[in-house]
Design a protein. Structure first.
Length: 211
């Protein structure tokens, strides 16, 4: 009978395999971290860009986008003059969803695009007119939300993963979802913000930042 020539792995070979596996796992985790960091930077850029666009619009037209009595065909735009709550110097109604696809909240996005202050098609209507953020949800404009006064406007994100929401709040404000200029809730932006800390276990948030 011939003797078998098979042999097991040596300790050195096993160690090399474990090192390779460790490097692969570390690379995957580092890659995810880099992706999350890029998303965070993109979302912060969206916040800053929208705030700047609203401010420039206000200075140029002496009105807020969506609540602009001069936003008519005379500018070469569609008719976007204020409606719903009327020309009251405020966008939309206090407490309503910031992700509404009609009225002044919709016209705010269209007006910013007609003014070439934001990218996108100014003729878009309905849900397609709402911008999307890097976390996978929509961007909206709200007023009188999360305990802020009825005259306080905010830029809001929906479907935001808890990990990103917590990181955003910590970087832009105080890290607490129920206080400061950044607030969030796990349901809808029309109620009070959550009193519990951010959860990173699959919870999606609506997060708003004051304009």
């Amino acid at each position: 009978m011939r003797q078998s020539t098979q042999r097991g792995f040596t300790l050195i070979e096993l160690a090399m395999v474990l090192v390779i596996i460790g490097l692969l796992v570390g690379g995957v985790l580092k890659g995810r971290e880099l992706i999350d960091s890029a998303r965070l930077r993109n979302i912060i850029g969206d916040f800053d860009g929208i705030a700047a666009a609203v401010q420039v619009y206000r200075e140029r037209y002496r009105a807020l986008p969506g609540d602009d009595p001069g936003a008519t065909e005379s500018r070469g735009w569609a008719a976007l003059a204020c409606n719903g709550s009327g020309c009251d110097g405020l966008i939309g109604s206090a407490g309503q969803t910031p992700f509404g696809a009609e009225g002044e909240t919709l016209n705010a996005w269209r007006g910013l695009r007609y003014a070439q202050l934001l990218t996108g098609d100014p003729a878009a209507t309905g849900a397609t007119a709402l911008p999307e953020h890097a976390g996978g949800g929509r961007i909206g404009i709200g007023r009188g939300l999360f305990g802020w006064g009825s005259a306080q406007h905010s830029v809001c994100l929906d479907n935001l993963p808890g990990k990103l929401a917590a990181a955003l709040d910590l970087q832009l404000d105080d890290g607490r979802n129920h206080s400061g200029s950044v607030r969030a809730a796990g349901t809808t932006a029309a109620i009070q913000p959550d009193s519990q800390p951010y959860s990173e276990n699959g919870t999606a948030y609506v997060l708003c930042r004051l304009l």
